[in-house]
Design a protein around this ligand. Structure first.
Ligand code: ZN
Length: 292
């Protein structure tokens, strides 16, 4: 297992972590400069942040600084009530692949979606099996396009508490079953993003990380699980402040061949987004060396 205790060369910042500084939205250009100042070599930006700044601006900035993208957030949200909705999702996902290519991202992260309408308050139906089959079909169709553009797709299983509204793929096992079905040769075109926040509790975690193997372990996201968690989406903890044994999970990842960045992804309305960008990043660097 790599020694992270002496430097932060394998730290990546998911830019949602510093989306806000003292509660105020931060432009991605400012976030990038703050990362570069601290010798952070990789980021994983969100599409809305890139769109707000302009893709050409961000592309130029990333290249000028030699920054790597440990991932691009995000594609997915495949299920819809009708064929037109699924086609719109497919078209948008193709654009996400194009953007990820322009930014030379390591992978496009997929949050696959769940019951249509649930995210905005009213699910159109209760058939989660139907949503799962639409997710399967959606990934299959996108995979062809992504493969032809050499952009790996990383399915991110989300904690079951998001099964209704954000992702109906909820365990690593489920995500890997999709990978086995759609990419039986383990080509590297389809894999998983392992986010400790979503999977730390899973009794099969070690076994499934080993099952995934090097070609399918495309991203590793870290933060911590707070007790109590006061908000299901935006109360993620800083590494070391909660109950997840992150080094143990990283050990399993690396034991299976993962050698990429450890990407800090913290959504925290009440705590970290109330701090200043510099303080958040400095804390990420410190905890990367002590708690990851
Ligand atoms: Zn994640």
């Amino acid at each position: 297992m790599r020694d992270f205790s002496t430097d932060h060369r394998w730290l990546s910042i998911n830019t949602a972590t510093v989306r806000k500084s003292r509660g105020v939205d931060q432009p991605l250009t400012t976030i990038i400069e703050a990362c570069v100042q601290r010798g952070i070599r990789a980021i994983s930006p969100w599409r809305d942040q890139v769109a707000a700044a302009g893709l050409p601006v961000i592309s130029k900035l990333v290249k000028a600084h030699g920054l790597e993208l440990s991932g691009y957030c995000r594609g997915g949200m495949f299920p819809a009530v009708d064929a037109a909705g699924r086609q719109a999702a497919h078209d948008d996902n193709r654009r996400a692949v194009d953007e990820a290519c322009e930014l030379n991202a390591a992978c496009l992260v997929l949050v696959v979606g769940a019951l249509p309408g649930a995210l905005t308050g009213k699910a159109a139906h209760k058939d989660i099996a139907l949503s799962r089959s639409q997710v399967n079909d959606g990934i299959a169709a996108l995979l062809e396009y992504a493969r032809s553009n050499n952009m790996p797709l990383a399915i991110e299983p989300l904690h079951p508490m998001y099964a209704a509204d954000r992702a109906c793929i909820n365990t690593l096992e489920q995500a890997l079953d999709v990978c086995d079905a759609l990419d039986p040769s383990h080509s590297g075109a389809l894999g998983v993003a392992v986010d400790v926040y979503h999977v730390w509790w899973d009794p099969k975690l070690q076994q499934q990380i080993e099952r995934a193997g090097k070609n399918r372990l495309l991203a590793f996201h870290v933060c911590d699980w707070m007790t109590p968690t006061t908000d299901l989406l935006n109360d993620r903890g800083m590494m070391g402040d909660g109950v997840i044994d992150i080094p143990k999970v990283r050990g399993w990842m690396e034991g299976s061949g993962f050698a990429g960045y450890s990407e800090v992804e913290i959504f925290s309305t009440g705590t970290w987004w109330q701090r200043e960008t510099g303080e958040i990043l400095d804390t990420c660097i410190a905890r990367h060396t002590s708690a990851v």
